[in-house]
Design a protein around this ligand. Structure first.
Ligand SMILES: [Zn+2]
Length: 400
């Protein structure tokens, strides 16, 4: 690929993005602001079988991987995350982005529609993800949770608080991001009965049936009794809504409303989504879970909404990254500006990941660099010591 941007170090990528499906990977790739080649100096661990896509999304350089084709489940997700960290151990901020089933209860105010996005959020007793198939069976059919899954890293929870606050003031940017994605990639908007596109599939195809009513016929719900559909209020638009709460995770693909109700009973009323990857990564990969809703975990489940739900989840992930500080995972990073030296500056950094991306020369980034150097000058005056010697625009050498 000609004129492809190639950065000087894999250390310049500080966001790890795991897509659970090829449609999710396609959405993430299409939402990149700049696609990169493999960075110089990248040495993939011998045991790492992932295939990576590199690029820039807003102010972040991100690396994208996906589960093996044709696989799903917590183990496959865990393997993908583990592989990524074996080759890129400096990554401290991750996103697991994909699709899941909505646990909609419009009568209780939990009005989740197909294409909406659910984001894992701690509730005080869980980290935001609960493994529903790791339970202790007790007397009288009572069940008790046995999982201990981590919450997302603080930098992502702060970003989540910020974006939630912003959405009280202004609409989500997801619709705008999708419009830009479609404009740049018109093929993603094409939708046929056989191959649904990355677009909303129509209100007539978003049917939430009563839990006790089972699917009739083959792929779609053409033969299902429409009088068994739960009536929901019309929304002002088909733009996706964002929901924050608990995600139930396990290794079973749920296509049975009775099983869905049992999981809800076990997990509690905060449960908004059921999916198949998150429990595999939460304790090993510092990430947040973002899921586009593509079915209701009942017998009416089909894959029609998968591409669009993949896209809405990826677009929300991109919006969230705008609230993540670029040096977020490098909490102690400081820079000492040795501007008197003609060739070098000195850096104090926990990780050898530089914030300076020589291919990005936006005003915002120039301001970032000036701010960092200003802080660095103060650090010199304070007598702080350095750990990295900075050469040129994006390479460095350890000096301490
Ligand atoms: Zn049906």
């Amino acid at each position: 690929m000609s004129n492809q941007v190639i950065l000087d170090s894999p250390g310049l990528y500080n966001i790890g993005w795991i897509a659970s499906l090829p449609t999710g990977r396609a959405s993430a790739t299409a939402l990149l602001d700049e696609r990169h080649g493999e960075p110089h100096g990248f040495s993939q661990h011998p045991c790492d079988t992932n295939s990576y896509t590199w690029g820039r999304m807003g102010k972040h350089n991100i690396v994208i991987a996906s589960l093996e084709a044709g696989t799903s489940g917590t183990t496959s997700a865990a393997t993908t995350a583990s592989n990524m960290l074996s080759s890129l151990p400096h990554i401290k901020t991750g996103l697991l982005v994909g699709t899941g089933a909505g646990v909609a209860r419009p009568d209780s105010g939990i009005d989740i529609r197909l294409g909406d996005v659910v984001v894992s959020k701690p509730d005080g007793s869980t980290g935001g993800v609960v493994q529903y198939d790791l339970m202790k069976a007790k007397l009288n059919s009572a069940r008790e949770r046995k999982d201990f899954l981590n919450k997302p890293p603080s930098v992502l929870l702060h970003a989540l608080a910020n974006i939630q606050a912003e959405h009280h003031i202004a609409e989500s940017e997801v619709p705008e991001l999708l419009e830009k994605m479609w404009a740049a990639n018109p093929g993603m908007k094409k939708s046929t009965r056989a191959v649904p596109g990355f677009v909303h599939q129509g209100l007539e195809n978003d049917l939430l049936f009563k839990a006790e009513y089972s699917h009739v016929g083959s792929q779609y719900c053409c033969k299902c009794d429409q009088t068994e559909v739960i009536q929901r209020d019309m929304r002002d638009s088909t733009d996706p809504e964002i929901h924050y709460g608990i995600i139930a995770s396990g290794n079973t693909m749920i296509k049975d409303s009775a099983v869905r109700e049992r999981i809800l009973q076990d997990i509690g009323q905060e449960c908004l989504c059921i999916e198949m990857e998150a429990a595999g990564v939460m304790n090993h990969f510092p990430c947040i879970i973002i899921k586009g809703i593509c079915n209701y975990a009942d017998s009416h489940k089909n894959d029609r909404w998968q591409p669009y739900a993949s896209a809405t989840a990826a677009a929300f992930a991109k919006e969230l990254l705008r609230y993540v500080p670029r040096q977020g995972p490098i909490e102690t990073q400081k820079v000492i500006n040795a501007s008197n030296s003609p060739t070098s500056s000195l850096f104090i950094s926990r990780w050898p990941t530089m914030v300076y991306n020589k291919t990005s020369n936006s005003r915002e980034e120039a301001q970032d660099i000036r701010r960092i150097k200003d802080n660095a000058s103060r650090n010199v005056l304070d007598g702080e010591t350095s750990e990295y010697l900075y050469h040129g625009e994006s390479s460095y050498a350890r000096v301490k």
